[in-house]
Design a protein around this ligand. Structure first.
Ligand code: TRH
Length: 355
């Protein structure tokens, strides 16, 4: 049994975009801030962390550039009690070698990508013994099913939401006060050939539409840009701790990848998911697996498919469905929030194995 808070090393290789860094930073922060763990985040590209957490140097996580080559020899004393390899990024061999010489073995986890597919529950927690060394790696799968590792959600989420002031948020980003029939939409997606047509539909919409595009003020000057009934506003890329505020301030959120997709669910507002595209349309099975478990799945299906390249998005049809999406979105968020979150499950999983 260890008597001090565990030391934890999280290894993250940035494949692209913000998701790898985003998930690792969120988990690292939570383990350090909520559980008092002594966490180092080893990351091979610091650029996304600087954007997600401009104040990361203030703690509570120690962010380290993942050096290549990894300095050898590496001592057992400099390995952690809990070692998290994010998304099968492959630990430095010298670090693995040092783990094998520890007197009390590390808990070594591979944190996997999120998927709603049914096989995930059966794979969560499975062990993979190292072929050469006396080490065992275990698979930790995030997921929606109670038998998986759950979803990242901070302890103070509800408190932050209660304290959120939408008018102040709008004023801060130069947005006019909300008019009664306005539909405010946030848009975070991959390049999408369906967007120009959707923008035309928004411009022709009966209701005023205010489109907020985070991360685009670096390329488009700040200030509104109006076409018909559509006003588009570029916003800066917000620190991760504030991205939730944007989701709360909108009636509909377009999100992508993994982490923003989860945040949209906690925001409990209607949302549209641009899933990370994979070879051979493998992502469509993942999209459908999620639609199959979501209470509004049948309502979302056509528009989500079209947004992901299968058809043409029918805005008029989807807009007519929006009022009816509010209740299932809230119900879904409440169902998920009633279950233990990912960090608490991971802590429990590790504590049992560190005894
Ligand atoms: O950026 P993403 O597309 O990231 C990933 C990667 O592509 C990864 O390789 C892939 O496997 C994975 O998706 C599925 O999308 P994601 O996961 O939503 O990450 C974006 C992060 O950026 C998330 O933590 C929210 C954050 N964010 C901000 O902090 N501020 C912002 O203004 C915006 C728009 C996002």
């Amino acid at each position: 049994m260890i008597n001090k808070p565990p030391r934890c090393d999280i290894f993250c290789a940035v494949v692209d975009n913000y998701g790898d860094a985003g998930v690792c930073w969120r988990l690292a922060r939570q383990l350090a801030a909520e559980y008092g763990w002594r966490v180092r985040l080893w990351i091979d590209d610091l650029a996304p962390v600087r954007q997600l957490a401009p104040d990361h140097a203030a703690g509570p996580v120690e962010v380290r550039a993942w050096p290549t080559p990894w300095p050898a020899p590496w001592l057992a004393a400099d390995t952690a009690d809990v070692v998290i390899e994010a998304f099968a990024c492959a630990l430095p061999p010298a670090y693995i070698g040092a783990m094998a010489t520890r007197t009390r073995p590390s808990v070594w986890l591979n944190l996997e990508y999120l998927s709603a597919e049914s096989w995930v529950a059966g794979c969560h927690g499975l062990s993979s013994p190292d072929p050469r060394l006396p080490l065992v790696k275990q698979f930790f799968f995030p997921g929606f099913d109670p038998r998986t590792g759950g979803l990242l959600r901070e302890r103070n989420y509800d408190e932050r939401r209660k304290a959120f002031d939408e008018s102040a948020f709008r004023a801060e980003f130069g947005l006019p006060p909300r008019s009664t029939d306005e539909l405010t939409i946030s848009l975070f997606s991959y390049p999408n050939p369906a967007l120009p047509e959707l923008m035309r539909a928004w411009a022709a919409s009966k209701h005023p539409i205010r489109l907020l595009r985070p991360g685009s003020s670096e390329t488009v000057p700040l200030g509104g840009n109006r076409t018909g009934n559509l006003s588009a506003h570029p916003l800066p890329f917000l620190p991760q701790s504030r991205y939730d505020e944007l989701l709360w301030a909108c009636d509909l959120n377009f999100v992508r990848g993994e982490d923003s997709f989860v945040r949209a669910q906690w925001a409990a507002k209607p949302f549209v998911w641009h899933i990370y595209p994979q070879a051979d349309d493998a992502h469509m099975a993942k999209l459908d697996a999620f639609l199959a478990i979501h209470p509004a799945g049948p309502q979302l299906r056509d528009f989500w498919h079209a947004w992901n390249g299968k058809g043409t998005p029918d805005w008029a049809d989807f807009a007519a469905r929006l009022p009816g999406l509010k209740a299932p979105m809230r119900h879904w968020a409440m169902t998920l929030a009633a279950r233990p979150d990912l960090a608490s499950r991971l802590v429990q999983f590790c504590i049992e194995r560190l005894k």
